[in-house]
Ligand binder design. Structure first.
Ligand code: ZN
Ligand code: ZN
Ligand code: FE
Length: 752
């Protein structure tokens, strides 16, 4: 006989872990007990020696789907000779080390019950169990217990209570457990807040199928929903939401409906069906723009699709339905999640409001992913993922990294855990800034973190930087991390990479250490430091920040560099598309008036798009680049001439010359693909030069430009076999991953 104390850490609370241990103990005839505490799960187990071994193996191999077992430590103990196995009460928390599970998509068992006419949960939109349902979004405090969630106001009926109390039941200690008799419920309101009689779900479905727009309160916030096949409805949503042509994501009622409009590989299907249930960017089938309203994702080769992930979605959408499901906000405001606020902000957008009476404590947007180079790649890390920590290679002091300005997240570290927040959004307005500081406080409290160091971007104008300075104000050490160093460090941190690498950081904009705007950077870097080896040649941004929204500005300057004052004679068609007083801009830029220098690779994509006649104005970040990628799809293209100066600056003027002078000999698609291939060729040539000097064979790619799958594929195809390519896999390559990189740099620069 043998008795052991087992400490299990990871995501082991709120995921059915104790009933699982109970059943595992019964199966192996092990006696003892299990409890949740502030560090995770603790077990004492006694039984035959061989049986205890199997029991320990089973903890890892048979754990519930949503559990993440990070560690099992075993301690030998004196035999006690007790009989039976018990689930003990949780002791009161002293130090908080337990993790909070992210919100989990409805499991197969719950789905079956909700759709089964004979089940007592038939049609109940808040069905959940220990394997699925809301978690982080309803948690007010830890440890994770019902009174500390927004379910605390609902008292369980006798049936629910008996499920909750039964260790053999799937709902044993399922904190949000509820049924139609005792739990939250939906109701349908009109614009003025009056209740519309009848079944609220059927009512909302009818409104949508008749071309209306519904605001739907779900797990992490409100969605705006309309029929994606209805041109008028989608057009109305765009107008009311002030959103010109940024793609909408859709929810498909079934896998079959998704398959009818997009190409879906086995890996992509797995992502769609995963407990995260993210929006997956999928390649449109040729009929997609015929079946769906063209306005859903105009000019985009991909469509963001998700499957129903909350019971309400299964009850709301018929199998063949395809609905636009977009975050309920006006452009650039955070997603609405509080009821009064939503009603007020959305009354001019939605025709009806499908609301429920369970409070959403934390808003979480849908996560967005795509498959790149054979593995999931994140565009947005939020619902289903936050606040699960990312593990760092080593334990360290606690750092608060404040993130960037766009697509903001922050990162709090504790020990070896890096808690990267859910997607917060653009910090450019006070509303988002308030929610940002609120969420930081919430995380500090939930995970009991007292930061000993603050990290932020070098950009003095970022609100996150100003917040960092206020917070640090001489009490805490503050580290300002260069933007592109942080991008590369985010890759290194999530891969646990300690060696120096060749870092390629391409994005739209980031504050450089020479006061120029960087964005096409080649760095030798580890987490501690970086050395800038080379970059794209500086070009002025005519009109400053406006140049990012209006690609014609830099395109015009490129033409001036190519043709001088004769540019109108050389490129009459392009000039024809410009505002009347374009010459003023050339004059101003010549004398350096409001024309900051930039090495941004993102702007080069914009410029190429403008010169190829794709667009002169971006309505959303990266639009021109996305449309350039679409244009390139399927074309062959070849590498165009570019130059690398002796100062390791890449000059793309010769590339742009070919783009404007070859539009009659080659198709625009070929030229668009050529641009991608040329960018990849320049990257690989620079990497090889850097490798020749140092012998480094590891290449890390990060920054928003690397959301472009075509570019990554071109680089991967050209990069010789002896190199290894590291990509972001746990955080996005865009500024959403920046906070992790900032934290990693801060940690690498401490002596602890
Ligand atoms: Zn379930
Ligand atoms: Zn009940
Ligand atoms: Fe960036």
């Amino acid at each position: 006989m043998r008795r052991v104390g087992l400490r299990v850490t990871g995501i082991v609370q709120g995921v059915g872990f104790r009933p699982f241990i109970y059943r595992l103990a019964e199966k192996h005839d092990v006696s003892g007990w299990v409890l949740n505490d502030d560090k995770g799960v603790y077990i004492e187990a006694e039984g035959q020696k061989s049986v205890i071994d199997d029991f320990i193996v089973g903890i890892r191999t048979e754990a519930p789907a949503m559990a993440v077992v990070e560690n099992v430590t075993v301690q030998e103990m004196m035999l006690r000779g007790e009989t039976g196995f018990a689930i003990h009460q949780s002791p009161a928390a002293k130090v908080r080390n337990a993790l909070v599970s992210p919100d989990i998509a409805i499991c197969e068992d719950c789905k079956r019950e909700v759709l089964d006419k004979t089940d007592r949960r038939f049609g109940y939109a808040f069905t959940n169990c220990t394997n699925c349902g809301p978690r982080y979004s309803i948690v007010k405090d830890v440890p994770y217990d019902r009174p500390k969630t927004t379910m605390g106001t609902f008292v369980m009926c006798a049936d629910c209570q008996s499920e909750y109390d039964n260790p053999m039941n799937r709902r044993f200690h399922a904190q949000p457990n509820a049924c139609a008799d005792c739990g939250p419920r939906y109701c349908l309101l009109d614009r003025t807040g009056n209740v519309i009689a009848g079944d609220p779900l059927k009512g909302a479905h009818a409104v949508i199928m008749q071309g209306g727009i519904a605001a739907v309160k779900g797990i992490g916030g409100y969605h705006l929903a309309c029929d994606a096949k209805n041109e008028d409805a989608v057009a109305a949503l765009r107008i009311r939401k002030f959103r010109e042509d940024k793609p909408f994501a859709v929810m498909c009622g079934s896998m079959l409906a998704a398959r009818s409009i997009c190409e879906i590989s086995a890996d992509e299907e797995k992502l769609l069906r995963s407990p995260i249930a993210p929006i997956v960017l999928l390649r449109k089938k040729t009929n997609c723009d015929r079946v769906l309203a063209a306005e859903v994702a105009p000019g985009n080769p991909c469509l963001g699709i998700m499957l129903p992930y909350a019971p309400v979605h299964y009850l709301l959408l018929a199998k063949e339905d395809v609905w636009v499901m977009t975050s309920a906000n006006r452009s650039e405001e955070p997603i609405a999640f509080r009821d009064d606020d939503a009603q007020k902000r959305l009354e001019t957008i939605a025709d009806v409001f499908l609301v429920h009476n369970r409070e959403i404590y934390s808003r979480v947007d849908d996560s967005v992913m795509r498959m790149v180079q054979g593995a999931p790649y994140l565009m947005r890390r939020s619902r289903g993922m936050a606040p699960a920590p990312i593990r760092l290679a080593k334990k360290s002091i606690s750092v608060l990294a404040c993130g960037a300005e766009m697509k903001n997240t922050f990162c709090l570290t504790k020990g070896s855990a890096a808690f990267v927040s859910e997607h917060i959004g653009d910090l450019a307005n006070q509303v988002t800034l308030r929610s940002y500081t609120g969420i930081i406080e919430h995380y500090k409290h939930l995970f009991e973190i007292k930061p000993q160091m603050i990290a932020c971007d070098m950009h003095p104008g970022y609100l996150s930087t100003q917040y960092a300075h206020d917070l640090a104000s001489a009490v805490l050490p503050l580290v300002a991390v260069q933007h592109h160093h942080a991008h590369i460090a985010s890759v290194l941190a999530e891969h646990g990479e300690m060696d120096k690498v060749i870092g390629v950081a391409f994005d739209g904009t980031g504050y450089g250490d020479d006061a120029c705007i960087w964005g096409g950077e080649f760095l030798f870097a580890d987490c501690k430091s970086y050395e800038r080896f080379g970059h794209f040649s500086y070009l002025p941004l005519p009109g400053g920040e406006k140049a990012a929204k209006e690609p014609w500005r830099q395109a015009l300057w490129v033409l001036y560099l190519l043709y001088g004052d004769d540019l109108a004679a050389h490129q009459p068609e392009f000039v024809h598309t410009l505002p009347k007083n374009w010459q003023l801009l050339v004059q101003a830029t010549k004398v350096g008036l409001n024309a900051p220098l930039s090495s941004s690779a993102g702007r080069l994509f914009d410029t190429a798009g403008s010169l190829l006649g794709i667009r002169n104005i971006n309505h959303y970040e990266g639009q021109s680049a996305i449309e350039l990628e679409r244009l390139a799809a399927g074309a062959l293209g070849d590498v165009l001439p570019y130059e690398i100066t002796e100062k390791s600056e890449i000059d793309f003027l010769p590339v742009f010359r070919v783009l404007v002078e070859n539009q009659t000999q080659r198709t625009r698609s070929e030229l668009a693909m050529s641009f991608h291939k040329t960018m990849a060729a320049a990257i690989v040539e620079m990497v090889q030069r850097m490798s020749r000097i140092t012998g480094i064979k590891k290449v890390a790619l990060s920054g928003g430009v690397f959301q472009n799958k075509t570019l990554i594929d071109c680089v991967a195809a050209r990069l010789p076999d002896e190199y290894s390519m590291l990509l972001n896999r746990k955080v996005p390559p865009n500024d959403g991953g920046l906070s992790l990189g900032q934290a990693a740099v801060a940690i690498a620069n401490t002596k602890v």
